[in-house]
Design a protein. Structure first.
Length: 474
């Protein structure tokens, strides 16, 4: 009983939130570089305000981040010390194709990840690589409008072919798009979309989504052709919706909200547009421009496994609508009175993870991989830099227990678990450093001050023994 013996314990990061070195090694600029901290961030992420270059009045945390570009050996050694079986990271598109539409890749960028993967291999760590984690080259946004343009398929295919070929034998696990449903909530992050005034945003978002879905199928096809050992997954920002109460209207509302997110995974896992989505688009007047071969690609190249992030369950909007909303999350949710929340207002619900695992398993019957989970909190180090983060241990222990229940009591097929931000990094939602998830403290603050020194937190040794006991000692 318990987790499978080859269970993939580990942690996750994304290039733009940890690497820094934004102008090193011939790297080009991406959307994620030019998103500042502060009050303008949210409108930019949603594509409602345009920022496609740096200005003097904002702070851009991704430029240096935690400088993993220069610290990766030290950081991977620390992951290995915890016993990581896997490390999820993303490649920065603009390190490999600085503009995005070149015919030839940038060798220096390719070499950077080659060395990083070799470092993983040296420590017996299996990399899990997200091909795009919210990044889109700025040039492709300016020149083509990001994923609204069908030409993105060609550029993405070239990126995939390049990395699958180059890293054959070093990488076997791939994710095509991070949190693909995020395109609906944060379209500048999800697809490099900036909207023009008066534009039909839903039309643009679903057209871009279609392009990403087809691109994902093409990536899956090529990955399998280049190396039959390759395993390709989709990636959902998950967290099942609850109905606020048993009013059938509210139950229906929660079903509708779940489907909005599952739509993407339905296509990637089953290979066709679900009927409810076709009907909803028709009713909303959304007309997709598609090609015949798109549907063949979708049908023939479904994903090998389903990966997802889970931070919280959600509560669907209420018909008679007097209920308070939770704070601090791109996903709007009605506040659940039965749950406590993090300092950022994200509600904490371990049983919700068991529910979500069961929902996804029942829906797809494909192996699942939790690739993000964790608690963003303010850590206060003592004079030596040590953080006693019992609150983080409590959160993770409760979620691992819930996941164990789903495996042992419900029989879901789960292949791995990665905590988010296993080393402190820049928050995607807010751009803060203060919102920390790591087992490893990084000395850097919201304004970019600090020595970048890495220090193990209390949770470091705790997670080490969780892995060593294959999840038995929580
Ligand atoms: P931060 C919102 C809701 C669910 C997942 O988020 C989200 C977000 C974005 O805020 O994104 C994922 O850093 C994402 C990571 C991100 C992580 O959640 O805002 O894949 O890039 O850092 C946590 O606390």
């Amino acid at each position: 009983m318990g987790f499978r013996s080859d269970f993939l314990w580990g942690g996750a990061t994304a290039a733009n939130q940890c690497e820094g070195g934004y102008d090193q090694g011939g790297r080009g600029l991406a959307n994620v570089d030019v998103i500042p901290t502060g009050p303008d961030r949210s409108a930019i992420i949603q594509g409602k305000e345009k920022m496609l270059a740096f200005d003097d009045t904002h702070f851009y945390p991704a430029k240096e981040a935690i400088d993993m570009y220069h610290h990766y050996k030290e950081d991977i050694a620390l992951f290995a010390e915890m016993g990581f079986k896997t490390y999820r990271l993303s490649i920065a598109w603009t390190r490999i194709f600085p503009l995005g539409d070149e015919l030839e890749p940038n060798e220096e960028g390719l070499l950077f990840y080659q060395r990083l993967f070799e470092e993983c291999q040296k420590h017996g760590i299996e990399p899990l690589v997200t091909i795009t984690h919210f990044d889109c080259p700025i040039h492709l946004i300016k020149e083509y409008g990001g994923w609204r343009n069908r030409k993105m398929l060609t550029f993405y295919e070239r990126l995939c072919r390049t990395v699958f070929t180059r890293y054959k034998g070093l990488v076997r696990y791939w994710l095509t798009f991070n949190e693909i449903n995020m395109i609906l909530h944060a379209p500048f992050l999800g697809a490099g979309l900036c909207f023009e005034p008066g534009e039909d945003e839903e039309q643009v978002k679903y057209q871009a989504a279609h392009h990403e879905l087809v691109a994902s199928a093409i990536a899956t096809k090529i990955a399998h052709e280049i190396d039959p050992e390759n395993q390709v997954g989709c990636m959902l920002a998950a967290g099942s919706y609850y109905a606020f109460n048993c009013n059938p209207e509210n139950v229906w509302s929660s079903r509708t909200k779940d489907r909005q997110n599952y739509f993407f995974i339905d296509v990637q896992a089953r290979g066709y547009y679900p009927t409810y989505a076709l009907k909803q688009m028709e009713q909303a007047g959304i007309e997709l421009v598609t090609e015949e071969k798109d549907f063949e690609l979708l049908a023939e190249h479904t994903v090998d496994f389903i990966s997802f992030s889970y931070y919280s369950s959600r509560v669907a909007p209420v018909k008679d609508g007097e209920q308070a909303e939770t704070a601090g999350n791109i996903f709007a949710s009605v506040k659940n009175p039965f749950l406590e929340a993090s300092e950022w207002g994200w509600q904490i619900d371990p049983l919700g993870l068991r529910i979500t695992l069961n929902d996804i398993w029942d829906r797809y019957q494909k192996p699942m991989f939790i690739v993000e989970n964790g608690l963003g909190a303010v850590d206060v180090p003592d004079e030596t830099g040590y953080v006693e983060d019992d609150y983080r241990i409590d959160y993770l222990a409760a979620h691992i227990q819930a996941m164990k229940d789903a495996v042992e009591l419900d029989g879901v097929d789960l292949i791995g678990y990665n905590t988010w931000g296993c080393i402190d990094l820049v928050s995607a939602g807010t751009g803060e450093m203060k919102k920390r998830y790591g087992f490893i403290y990084v000395d850097r603050d919201n304004e970019g001050n600090g020595t970048l020194k890495r220090t193990k937190k209390k949770s470091f040794d705790w997670y080490k023994q969780v892995i060593a006991s294959n999840g038995e000692n929580l």
